[in-house]
Design a protein around this ligand. Structure first.
Ligand code: ADP
Length: 465
């Protein structure tokens, strides 16, 4: 029942006014008051009918104005503005009470209390247009006073002895109307206050978040400074350890019965290199996260860069009896690239392929691929090694993420290489994708947007077939 009443009332309310809880409640009250108002107003017109000198035109005019209030909710619905509807309502109610008072009882008229209701309505709904509202009311009061002066007295349509009862009923109806208005006003105020409180709380939470952000940013900055310092402090002695291990090993090479010592030195050397790689990767990743790494593009002769990476990776490839196949057009031209990042990314992929493949084939394909976002340089490394499980594929690009739990014990590594490679690709505006099947092999594809180099003698980069 309540729902259908609300649905009926809401039909008069344009959707734009229904957005906030307090607006909706205020407009619902407005509609309800204008549906009930004319009904209550009839208690007065009934008495006028009974007590006045029959059906004079002034009676019918008063009756018509009372009924016209039913059109105000329609004005709201089709006019789309609560302010317009409220303005019309206030002025019509003032007009009704002054017109009715003039003809039916003057300043003792049962219609005069409705003047007060009109004013309360005006303050409630038209607080921000109060001057215009008061101007309309003042104009009507001037007409009332002028008419009174012009006629010399109020027309005597109502017997004075009937006024007492009519006034009592009118005041009771006005009181009921006012009570409803006050009750709804109280609810609206409560909602507004709770909204205000919510806003204050929200502001407090935002302030706390801002402070937390500042603290986190400060901590991150300190972390970066700490890492930058550690980079120097760790790398220098580590390079010394690796260097001395190499020198000692060379010295022992000529000595008989030194194979045990050489084995130990090899272990020191390998552990030192592992630690150095780990430190370097951690520092690179932290620098990217602290936004301390910038792209440094310059014209690069692509073939020289790729040849250089292949030369570096070759010993790793042959270490496990793998062979490398390179599909690369002879003349790749010059491109604007961050050579360091491309080199490190490609080397990561090649060394991974070499590490996870035994007696297999590692294939490097380089080509230019046209796409709807412009030409892209594609670098693909495919192997027929151990492959990666679907769960592993979800982990491998994460920091310290390795495909299997036993990867470290079987193959070593840090789980940082691919995380770094992915960050580098993203920095260059590119992507990296992987396809793999356990026991069959793995294929990593990097795509980097191509910008033709500005260097002299540029040659176009060969297109993919
Ligand atoms: P790392 O090789 O140092 O462990 P990466 O981030 O380079 O770290 O690689 C993450 C993991 O991805 C590896 O530990 C391995 O499990 C898996 N992976 C990467 N490349 C290959 C590949 N070519 N074949 C099989 N597994 C691979």
């Amino acid at each position: 029942m309540q729902k259908s009443i609300y649905r009926f009332i809401d039909w008069f309310i344009p959707p734009a006014i229904r957005e906030t809880e307090s607006d909706r409640l205020m407009t619902r009250t407005f509609v309800l008051l204008h549906l009930l108002g004319p009904v209550m107003g009839h208690s007065v017109t009934y008495f006028l009918w009974q007590a006045s000198a029959g059906a004079v035109w002034q009676f019918w005019a008063t009756e018509a104005i009372v009924v016209s209030f039913l059109a105000i909710p329609l004005l709201l619905r089709f006019g789309g503005s609560l302010r317009l509807a409220a303005m019309v309502s206030v002025q019509v109610l003032v007009g009704l009470s002054l017109f009715g008072s003039f003809f039916f009882g003057g300043i003792s008229s049962p219609l005069l209390p409705w003047f007060l209701i009109a004013m309360v309505l005006g303050f409630f709904y038209l607080a921000d247009s109060i001057k215009v509202t008061l101007a309309g009311v003042a104009l009507q009061l001037i007409c009332f006073v002028t008419a009174r002066i012009a006629f010399g007295d109020f027309p005597d349509l109502l017997a004075t002895d009937s006024l007492k009862l009519a006034n009592t009923f009118s005041i009771l109806a006005a009181l009921a109307y006012m009570t409803m208005l006050c009750l709804y006003y109280e609810t609206v105020m409560r909602i507004s206050l709770s909204l205000e409180q919510e806003t204050i709380d929200q502001r407090g939470r935002l302030e706390l978040l801002r402070e937390a952000m500042e603290t986190a940013e400060l901590a991150s900055k300190r972390k970066s400074i700490f890492l930058a310092k550690m980079s120097h402090e760790l790398r220098t002695p580590l390079n010394a350890v690796i260097g001395y291990a190499e020198i000692l090993r060379e010295n022992f090479e000529d000595q008989p019965n030194a194979s045990r010592k050489m084995q130990d030195l090899d272990r020191i050397h390998a552990a030192g290199r592992h630690l150095l790689a780990l430190v370097t990767d951690v520092i690179d990743l932290s620098s990217i996260e602290a936004n301390r790494v910038e792209l440094s593009t310059q014209p690069v002769v692509l073939k020289s860069l790729i040849d250089e990476v292949i030369a570096t990776a070759s010993p790793l490839v042959s270490k496990r009896d793998n062979r490398m196949v390179v599909n690369m057009p002879e003349d790749l031209g010059t491109l604007d690239l961050d050579a360091l990042k491309v080199r490190q990314s490609l080397l990561n992929l090649l060394s991974n392929a070499a590490k996870f493949t035994t007696k297999g084939t590692i294939m490097l394909t380089v080509l230019r691929r046209p796409s709807d976002r412009g030409d892209r340089l594609m670098l693909e490394v495919t192997d027929n090694g151990i492959g990666i499980s679907p769960e592993g594929l979800r982990r491998i690009f994460e920091t310290f993420g390795q495909a299997e739990n036993d990867t470290v014990s079987r193959f070593g590594g840090t789980g940082l290489g691919l995380a770094l490679t992915k960050r580098f690709c993203q920095m260059m505006g590119g992507t990296i994708e992987v396809r793999s099947e356990r026991g069959v092999g793995t294929s990593f594809t990097m795509e980097i947007p191509m910008i033709a180099g500005r260097g002299a003698g540029d040659k176009p980069v060969p297109q993919a077939a």
